[in-house]
Design a protein around this ligand. Sequence first.
Ligand code: KIV
Length: 270
Amino acid sequence: MVTATHRRKVTSASVRAGKGGEKLTSVTAYDYPTARIADEAGVDILLVGDSLGMVVLGYPDTTKVTLGDMLHHTKAVARAKPMALLAADLPFLSYGVDVRETIRNAGRLIQEGGAEAVKLEGGVRVREHIRAVVDCQIPVMGHVGLTPQSVHAFGGYKIQGKKSEDADRVLRDAVAVQEMGAFSIVLEGIPAALAERITREIDIPTIGIGAGPDCDGQVLVLHDMLGLYPDMRPKFVKVYADVGESAQAALERFCREVREGIFPGPEHSF
Ligand code: KIV
């Protein structure tokens, strides 16, 4: 097993160079302890995703997440000093409106948050924003397909690129992201065949979520893969450990033992 102490620091350049090599791994991290666990496990990219709005802050979607929220959580993950690349999401409307504001906000995630790369959603629509951030020496990860910040525009979380004209649109977005200088791109919620085609046609690594097996890497939301939301299990998620269930059982046992006078025992008392 390659543990954090026995591996090289992952950088945007090493991720970019990894196209076609060993598959890339990425999970979301929003705090210090989970960043440490994921990093020790050998994950390549820790993503402070704006999914934190839903899985940590309890919002119904990611559009409520602020740059302040992202900075708070990015700082916590950065304190783990991961060997993994630390990428952070630019939240809804913190980019894509005014280019100078996009640069300033991306810069804050790097300077104040400690991120080493930023991720933003969209392709053709935000091409000049991607270019401007890249020109400021900030590595950009793209994100196309079912982009969650567009949930209201899409009318729900709907798989994108099923019809051939939609597939062409997603491909054009991916090509635009590459042309603007991004070092990698997340493909979310698209048919596996389309993800395979995009992965073949562009030369930056694709990292899939709900995009089939043929991407250059895979990313999952930590809370999904650890089963922290047993009532919300999308088809593309594999639950690798039922942490939610075992945490609840542990807490039920704690309540019972305190009520029955079992805890604390002599070994826990001074
Ligand atoms: O916010 C997030 O967690 C993401 C991943 C799902 C890619 O963007």
